[in-house]
Design a protein around this ligand. Structure first.
Ligand SMILES: [Zn+2]
Length: 192
């Protein structure tokens, strides 16, 4: 399991695939209209600096797709959901999910490997786990979906990951799609 997770987190093709999904979501959002005034939307993407991304990926991997209302007196920002960026976390969503899902404890050897691989500290991983077990489980979003992993709240996000079909990579993509609605706006993900 740990080796599989490390392979996914080091796999450039995996990040390219997530970028492709985000592009599709952004293209659909761009065809929409400003929710406040109904004007067209202009591109207004901004740059994030995700940590732990494998070397050799293009600068577009740091781009958070976003739009601004074209009307000069409105300029409302519309940021579509994302399979890469989970709220304001500095690590990519895939890392937050996979590393939090490592079930069998965070022993020192494993933490050293994670630190070398994606630069994440034990403190950060513990904070992620807290988030899954408090802010996430107490949210209306989880309240509406808890039937997916009814008996295993304590094992989140591993239990949720396992509720999706397929091999681990496919499960992860399904889970990131599932979480997409909470990747935008304020609220749930501010608490991390
Ligand atoms: Zn507007």
């Amino acid at each position: 399991m740990e080796q599989t997770i490390q392979n996914i987190l080091a796999d450039k093709r995996f990040y390219e695939m997530l970028l492709g999904f985000d592009r599709e979501i952004a293209e659909t959002a761009h065809e929409g209209r400003c929710q406040r005034c109904g004007a067209k939307l202009h591109c207004g993407s901004f740059t994030r600096k995700p940590r732990g991304v494998p070397a050799g990926l293009g600068p577009e991997q740091c781009e958070r797709f976003s739009f601004c209302c074209a009307a000069r007196d409105c300029r409302k920002r519309e940021t579509p959901s994302s399979l890469r960026f989970l709220g304001r976390k500095v690590f990519l969503g895939a890392m937050v999910v996979l590393i939090s899902a490592m079930q069998s404890g965070l022993n020192p050897a494993r933490m050293r490997r994670l630190k070398a691989l994606v630069g994440v500290s034990r403190r950060t991983v513990l904070r992620w786990r807290d988030w899954w077990h408090s802010a996430f489980t107490e949210s209306p979003f989880w309240g509406a979906h808890r039937a997916l992993a009814p008996a295993a709240t304590a094992d989140l996000p591993a239990s949720l990951l396992q509720s999706f079909d397929g091999a681990i990579e496919r499960q992860l993509i399904s889970l990131l799609r599932f979480l997409a609605p909470i990747t935008t706006g304020r609220g749930l993900l501010q608490a991390i």
